[in-house]
Structures are given as structure tokens and as C-alpha cells.
Design a protein around this ligand. Structure first.
Ligand code: F6P
Length: 677
């Protein structure tokens, strides 16, 4: 069996073992009930469940076993294409019934609305505006069971090499494990929880020392400007967190006097924007790159190193005091050869996927420098609480599981191939971008784990914008154009509520009126009869009719604190995993990004030729025309206009050209106080 072989090979390479209770449970875990992982280990029983769940096995003493001796993901069979299963076909049939219904009727049904909400860990999920019934949920539950969802989740938590194309475990949940967690995955002979906590301690010590001024820059100045250089998962998640914490009550005070900027794009304009008004002597550069090879990041890293050298000279101490790295252990040599000292290297591991790395050093170092380690720890607490919720709770009380299964339903059965994230919180402005990478890089696939071409829709196009801004941008399409399932995210309390004199509601309440109104507008729509009753002229009726029946779900959290941000982060990570598990994908590799990277390297060689005045040999006439135009015509215009050769456009290429490099200039900060921007 091909798949089994692949997993076995993967296991041998990763060499996992872990501590778990004995004896092992049923072959693929319990029926679709709560996973026994935490409850067994803690010696407790799983919480009461509204659905009929199998009893949790009674606790037994722990023992160390190897994955090879245990029923686990490496023994998950080569599943048939999910679309051929009876569970899938039942859902296809059921979708025809649902097509005959309208949300307008569903949301008037008291009993149904009551059943279609969950309140867990302070989070309310209302999915009564989804095009689902009790039968849909039962059928989705059957599908999840047939796809071994629980087993796959358990395998992930335990550190089985479920990212088998890269021979890696997927252990972002371990990044927020308690130090004394009874679940102790072992990878490459190392206890991952010990590893995680040793790095967290290193981060705490270092960031405390920077914040207390015990660690300073090369010229003795305090390091108050933090520039995080990274892209993709090494940027989007940390930036999302930063935006949330900027206005978080504790965050506001903790960050006084510090700036945090992200340099992600290799566009030199991003360098200019990042460096503007920064004093290099007060700047700490964090190079965040799991591989330490990503072309964009490494060029930006060299650019920033040059920027430091230009202002402070190229004594090796300039780099060792102003540059730190967050990278995978397998990039250790590359980190060292960049000039970064071992004390300033904050490691993470190959078992953390880039888009799942927010809780690793990638997020911990920049966030702790600016907000303090304690606030970052609260993010970890929130994420851990969601991890426990996800693995413990039965389906009808399991928020990520419900959201994931409904995602599968919407995409594969109701054929909505887009989805939008609409946080009614400005501080979540970067959440949609983070979800975009998280979900689209994870589930943007065309084959199953065993390499079979999928013949069903997987991987939504994700986009979004905070409300109410989005309402004045793309909501017209959501209401009257294509139907796109919406995730509304709101908070009971604002990070910063205002009450303006004479107003009947606080500003936050005003914002939230939209959060409550939009889902109803999408669900109900507006009929021609309703319009007529309002006196709308007949000729306008078609233009003002809303068909409605557009699904959405509403997530309501207490307040956007560090803890609840952590919950949200983990919630979306798990939703993505649920969908991938049910679709039987490997959601943890990203081979699709490789081809473009390789081609860019080829183009680089061609551009070097072109810049040296030699004929460009492109792979096809289309690319050749573009490259020729890029290299020749625009340069001539510019040179004519400015009377000066442009950077790197001389006949001898960049190195020998007469272009004088002009790094961004620092600004005089003398009168600016401590807050730099
Ligand atoms: O975009 C592809 C990707 O590999 C992402 O998965 C990753 O987050 C990003 O590049 C950055 O990679 P690295 O952290 O290795 O620089």
C-alpha cells in the first residue's frame, strides 16, 4: 500500500516516539466523540456532551511507546476518494433538499436557532444563518467519522509525521504546551515541550534585558526600534498579532517608547518605508525565516545589515549586537555565517509550518520585545485553551470543528468557492491576510494524501476586511452579486470604547449594530413584494431586490485581549486542519510555491545578462519581450531625463556601475521624545 509505505518511511526519518496512556484505545480513536488525549492523561473524564459520545476509557498509568508500536496516523489507511463514499453521496443528495429552502424561514425557527449556537470558553458561535439543518450536521458528522477526523487530529497532537511529503510532524500545538504537559511528543530524539520551553526562557531573558536596557546596541544606545524582516508565515501572523496588541489596554502601555515595523516585500520601497525616521543605533533587526534561504528575506536581511554598517561601520559586533535570528534548527549554519551570535539565535523547528509559526520564536521575539514576554504568554494561554477545546469537545460543542465542517459543506456541496472574514474590530485588520495564507497555502491542493486527483471542490478563496469598512467596499457584491459565505467576528467590549456627548449609543455599540444587521440582510434579502409595500416604483424593483439566502456565521468574543487573540489564532488554525483532514489533503506542505521561486532564479540570471548589455535569452518570446522592454526602453528614458545612469543599469552591471548606493537616511530624533512614531 503506497500510502502506508510513505508514512512508514516518514516515521523512520522523523523517529518520533511519545508518552501516552496505555493501552491504546480503539483502532482509530473513539467514534466521533472527544479525543481521549488530554482527559486520559489528566486522569479525568471528558465533559458531558449533548450528543451521545462513547465513554472515555478509564485512566491508566503512562508508558513510553514508539509510534511504530502504536496505532496511529502512519497506519491510517489509504482512504478511497471521499467523493466515492456513501457519506459523501448522502450529503450530495441532501444538498438538493437544502437548495429548496430559504434562510428567511430557517431563522424564524426558534428551536433551530437555539440548537445552532455554541457558547464555549467565552466564545459564542452562532451558525443559525448557515444553510444547514440537524440532518446536515448529522451527515457531516458521519463524513468526519468516515474520514477519521479524530484520529488525524490526535496524530497531529502526538507528533506523527502527518506532513509526510516533507517527512515532518505538525506540532504547532506543542508551541503553547504547558511545561509540565503530560503530552510529550518526541521528534529527532528531543522532547518537543522541553525544547519549546527552553527557547521561551531564552526569549524571555533576552527581551527582558533589552527592555530593561541591559542589552544595548553597538554604541550603547537602548534598542527601541524593532524591525522584523520576514515574509509569508514569518510575517503575516506576527503582524496580525502586533496590530491586535497595539490597542490592547496592557499592550498600549507596554509598548510605550518602542516601534515595531515589518519588512516583508523585497521591493526597495518597502525598505525605504521601514527605515524612514529610524535611528540605526537604536534599531534591532530580527531576521525571521524558518529556512534562512527565502530569497526576498535574505536580500532584505543583507540590505538591513548594510544599512547598519553604513552608519556604524562594519565591525562584526555591529551585526552581533543589532541582528537576531528566528529560524529553524536546520538553518543554524546559515544563521552563524550571517554573523549572528548563538545567543541571539532563537530557534524553532521543522515541525512548525511557516503559516503555523506565530506562537514560535517567529512571533514571540518581536512581540515580546515590544509588548513584553508576559503579554505574549497570554496569547499562548489563549491558543492553548483553544487547543484543549478542539481536542476535547464533542462536535456540537466544538467551535473549530463546526466551522471546518460547515466550510466543507459550503465549498464542496453548496459550491460556494469563496469565503470572507469580516472582523468588526479595527485591531483585527490583518486577520484576513493571515487567514488567507493559513488557509489558501494549506488547502490549495489538487490531490489527496495518496496522490489521487480530487474531483470535488477544495480550498476556498479567502478574503476580508474589517467592518464597517468592508460594507462600503465589496458588500454590494455580497448582497446582490455572487453569494459568499461570511464569517462575522465581533466583541462584546471594545478595546477602546467611546461615548460621545449627546449620542444614544457608544461608538462600539454603533459598530456592533452593523455586526448584527448585516447577517440578517444577507439571510433575508428583500423581496419584490416588500419593496412594493414600501412604495418603491415598479421599474426600480428588480434593481432593489435582494435574493437573500446568503450564509454567514457570527463569532462573538468578550474583548480583544491577548488571551482572546490567542484563541482566535488557534481557532482558525484548527478550522483549516479540519477541512484538510475531511478532504483528505496534506494541509501542511506548500509545493505550489516552489515553481515560481525556481523560475525567478532563472529570470535573475537573464536579468544579469541584460544588465551587462548582453542579449537576453528567455524561455519564451512573451517573457523575452517583457524583459527586453524592462531592461532597455525604460532605462533609456530615465537616463535621458536625469542625465545620470540609474542603479545597476551601466554596461558593466550593478557591481561596476557608477551608481552610488544611497541607503535610507536616519532622521534627527533629538526632539521627538521616546515615542518614535
Ligand atoms: O511562501 C512560501 C513559504 O514557504 C511560506 O510557507 C513561508 O511562510 C514563507 O515562504 C517564508 O519562508 P521562510 O520562513 O523559510 O523564510
Amino acid at each position: 500500500m503506497k500510502l502506508l509505505f510513505a508514512f512508514t518511511t516518514a516515521f523512520v526519518c522523523v523517529g518520533n516516539s511519545f508518552v501516552l496512556p496505555s493501552p491504546p484505545g480503539p483502532k482509530f480513536g473513539p467514534k466521533f466523540g472527544p479525543s481521549p488525549i488530554y482527559s486520559q492523561i489528566r486522569g479525568g473524564s471528558s465533559p458531558a456532551s449533548p450528543t451521545s459520545e462513547p465513554p472515555t476509557p478509564s485512566p491508566t498509568p503512562s508508558r513510553t511507546v514508539s509510534l511504530t508500536n502504536h496505532i496511529n496516523y502512519d497506519e491510517v489507511p489509504d482512504l478511497p476518494l471521499v467523493s466515492t463514499t456513501p457519506e459523501w453521496k448522502a450529503l450530495e443528495e441532501h444538498a438538493k433538499e437544502i437548495e429548496e429552502t430559504h434562510l428567511r424561514d430557517y431563522i424564524m425557527d426558534d428551536e433551530r436557532c437555539d440548537a445552532m449556537h455554541v457558547l464555549e470558553d467565552g466564545i459564542m458561535l452562532d451558525y443559525s444563518r448557515q444553510r444547514v439543518t440537524e440532518k446536515t450536521l448529522d451527515l457531516l458528522s458521519d463524513l468526519a467519522e468516515a474520514q477519521l477526523l479524530r484520529s488525524k487530529m490526535t496524530s497531529m497532537y502526538r507528533g506523527a509525521p502527518i506532513n509526510f511529503t516533507e517527512k515532518r510532524a505538525v506540532l504547532h500545538t506543542a508551541l503553547r504546551s504547558r511545561k509540565d504537559s503530560p503530552l510529550r511528543p518526541v521528534v529527532d530524539g528531543l522532547d518537543v515541550v522541553d525544547e519549546v520551553h527552553s527557547v521561551l526562557e531564552q526569549i524571555k531573558k533576552f527581551t527582558d534585558m533589552v527592555r530593561e536596557g541591559e542589552v544595548t546596541g553597538y554604541t550603547g544606545k537602548q534598542l527601541r526600534n524593532i524591525v522584523s524582516v520576514g515574509i509569508g508565515g514569518s510575517y503575516l501572523g506576527p503582524e496580525f498579532l502586533h496590530e491586535c496588541l497595539k490597542t490592547e489596554p496592557e499592550g498600549v502601555n507596554a509598548a510605550l517608547g518602542y516601534t515595531l515595523r515589518f519588512l516583508s516585500n523585497v521591493d526597495p520601497v518597502d525598505v525605504e518605508r521601514t527605515c524612514s525616521e529610524l535611528d540605526p543605533e537604536e534599531t534591532l533587526i530580527i531576521i525571521v525565516s524558518k529556512t534562512f534561504t527565502t530569497a526576498e528575506t535574505m536580500l532584505n536581511a543583507r540590505t538591513m545589515r548594510q544599512w547598519l554598517w553604513d552608519f556604524m561601520g562594519n565591525d562584526p559586533e555591529v551585526v552581533s549586537k543589532h541582528v537576531v535570528a528566528c529560524a529553524s534548527t536546520s538553518a543554524t549554519d546559515k544563521v552563524r555565517s550571517f554573523g549572528i551570535s548563538d545567543d541571539y539565535f532563537f530557534r524553532f523547528w521543522d515541525w512548525v509550518g511557516g503559516r503555523y509559526s506565530v506562537c514560535s520564536a517567529a512571533g514571540a521575539v518581536p512581540i515580546s520585545l515590544v509588548y513584553g514576554f508576559d503579554l505574549f504568554s497570554k496569547v499562548l494561554d489563549g491558543a492553548r485553551s483553544m487547543d484543549e477545546h478542539f481536542i476535547q469537545k464533542p462536535l456540537r460543542r466544538n467551535i473549530p470543528m463546526l466551522m471546518g465542517l460547515i466550510g466543507v459543506w459550503n465549498m464542496s456541496f453548496l459550491k460556494y468557492n469563496m469565503r470572507t472574514t469580516l472582523p468588526y474590530a479595527e485591531a483585527l485588520l490583518k486577520l484576513p491576510a493571515h487567514i488567507q495564507q493559513l488557509d489558501m497555502e494549506s488547502n490549495g491542493k489538487h490531490v489527496t494524501r495518496s496522490g489521487k486527483e480530487v474531483d470535488y471542490l477544495v480550498g476556498e478563496v479567502d478574503f476580508g476586511e474589517p467592518g464597517t469598512n468592508g460594507q462600503h467596499s465589496f458588500f454590494q457584491l455580497l448582497h446582490m452579486g455572487q453569494a459568499v459565505p461570511c464569517d462575522f467576528i465581533g466583541f462584546v467590549k471594545s478595546q477602546n470604547d467611546l461615548v460621545v456627548d449627546g449620542e444614544t449609543l457608544s461608538s462600539h455599540d454603533e459598530l456592533m449594530t452593523n455586526f448584527f444587521a448585516q447577517p440578517d440582510a444577507l439571510a433575508n434579502g428583500k423581496t419584490a413584494d416588500e419593496l412594493r409595500a414600501e412604495g418603491v416604483p415598479e421599474w426600480q424593483i428588480p434593481h432593489r431586490t435582494f435574493h437573500g439566502n446568503r450564509p454567514s456565521m457570527s463569532l462573538l468574543l468578550p474583548k480583544l485581549t491577548a488571551f482572546h487573540v490567542g484563541q482566535l489564532l488557534a481557532l482558525y488554525e484548527h478550522r483549516t486542519a479540519v477541512q484538510g483532514f475531511v478532504w483528505d489533503l496534506n494541509s501542511f506542505d506548500q509545493w505550489g510555491v516552489e515553481l515560481g521561486k525556481k523560475l525567478a532564479l532563472g529570470i535573475k540570471d537573464k536579468l544579469v545578462e541584460g544588465r551587462a548589455g548582453r542579449t537576453i535569452k528567455a524561455d519564451n518570446p512573451s517573457t523575452k519581450r517583457l524583459l527586453d522592454y524592462y531592461v532597455n526602453s525604460v532605462n533609456e528614458d530615465e537616463e535621458e531625463e536625469t542625465g545620470r545612469k540609474q542603479p545597476g543599469w551601466g554596461k558593466n552591471g550593478p557591481a561596476g556601475s557608477d551608481f552610488a548606493r544611497q541607503p535610507p537616511q536616519p532622521h534627527n530624533l533629538k526632539d521627538r521624545g521616546t515615542k518614535l512614531n
